[in-house]
Write a protein of this length. Sequence first.
Length: 369
Amino acid sequence: MTRRKPFQLLIKPVGADCNLRCAYCFYLRAHELYPETKRHIMSESVLQTIVRGLLSYRFPETVFAWQGGEPTLAGLDFFRKAVAFQQQFGAPRQIVGNALQTNGVLIDDAWCQFFSQYNFLIGLSIDGPQEIHDAKRTNIGGHGTWARAMAAAETMKRWGVEFNVLCVINRDNVSLGADLLKWFVKNDFRFVQFIPCVEKESPFNVSPEDFGEFLCDVFDYWSKDGFGRVSVRDFDALLSARVGQPAGLCTYGERCDAYIVVEHNGDVYPCDFFVYADWKLGNVMNAPLHTFLETEKYKQFAYQKDKVPACRGCSWRATCHGGCQKDRLVGGTRDTPSVLCPAYKRFFAHAHARLNALSKRLNQKGISP
């Protein structure tokens, strides 16, 4: 088989279905795409097709990323079947990884035993202290979910499950700055990713000014007291780029060509934020996976990342390449910079010297971020 650049799959086994109703969630509009059924679940034939297809490329490392909505709604037996297919279609000594993003509500000992047995990496959504988390992350009945998420974290720790925390930065917690990261460290969360809430006409969005202040404040604490104690994905990505490695975070990537999204019915899209009819690339039941990355529509999406006229001449263009394409649409079009451009410019200027110093320390010690 022709050697290909490795890519990943972001798989949505239940589409946008979720057992929460988070106030800021952009997935709430995704139900409009498949209105013919109230519940969505990936069939065994689609699951087998994507597992067999991705493993057939024999990449040095193959990663299946499971996303929702809430992917645990597919049930534990679904993921047992997924692992069985991976074992069936994988080659001897082929490296296979699984990552799953969850709100934690359904996570119990059975799930954690499975995650531990098959070395799943879990992303757990927690927005900070209870009053912050419960203000936006509620269940269908309107009740907060912080206690369930924290219980999931404790259960995963008990079973030795590797997990990180995804924290949405919105109008309620953006003012906490470094205190938010300190809270995570105090509660023994050592891998944290901050995602800014930026949606069209959302009252929960962070402003560029507030998010810039947040990044600078968090970085000041992290670079002085948190480096080596807690991983912050944005900062690790910027360090990786400075030591000659891929940033590993699409916000800072030159192109958006690292993965494709597979919906519950096998439909394929270029990005999780662009699951719209206009961006549909095809269906996995009709063509090999790699062919979707070879379509003109996918190439158009991938290479538009770095083609923003207003970014020409910007001293930070090589750092963010125009920012997330989804964030561009909030304030303009895919041809305009991210609405958070002022935040990142401020942060990059603020952190530049210390990031260079930290990367020099890493290079001297031969350590990767």
